[in-house]
Design a protein around this ligand. Sequence first.
Ligand code: DGL
Length: 266
Amino acid sequence: MNRQDPIGIFDSGLGGLTVVKAVRERMPQEDVIYYGDTAHVPYGSKSQETILSFTRDALRFFLSHNVKCMVIACNTATALALPEIKAESPVPVLGVIEAGARAAVRASQSKKIGVIGTPATIASEAYTKALRKLEPSCDIYAHPCSLFVPFVEEGWLDRPATAMVIEEYLRPLKMAQIDTLILGCTHYPLLAPKISEFLGPEVRLVDSASSCAEELEEILKEKELLRPEGEGSETFFVTDGAAKFAENGSRFLGRSLQAIKFTPSK
Ligand code: DGL
């Protein structure tokens, strides 16, 4: 492993592109290899065994591409597979949950913090545990929002139905008077304007992408793995549907995607 090696960023599909964007903005000199397991998305409704096995495939893929570190950009995979993958990996592995929890504790005044995510992420209580570790006295209101991922995948960011679903899921959090909400899923930042419209400007929305990029930079610096200069590249691998990935991916990345390659899933 050396500074010139690429950073591996993994997600169940498209959503991790929000993390690619944050990493590229912070460290434009780094090469990024993205692995989107589009053949198996969504992870949010799957069991821990299955998610762990898919995440192991991603680690194997990255190691065969000589990455210097692996970022698990998927909240569900972080919640259900991070400790095992960290223990098995010869390169540093970083998830998104600790970074998100830290940003939320920093942002919250009242320490009434809401968390939304996929059913698997919420059931794992990974965010609750991470928040409690940082701030034992905080009140946490965690809710799964299963319909948000299909809405975002469909590009329904601003439809009347989207506003209705947001209201239905988030009403209890609004009633609980949270002052901070963790968007604990790669897809939810795209719904942020609508979520904010419903919760009001006094509720801070925290997404882990930028905090994760910040933490990654610190880790690379500390391990003397940060590339000092140059212009980085990005390569995208998906396990299915490269054309659809290119079409929808631009929504997440905020620009068009180049060089999408197919890699078969195990
Ligand atoms: N990437 C997943 C997450 O952040 C959302 C999509 C899925 O369910 O696979 O939890």
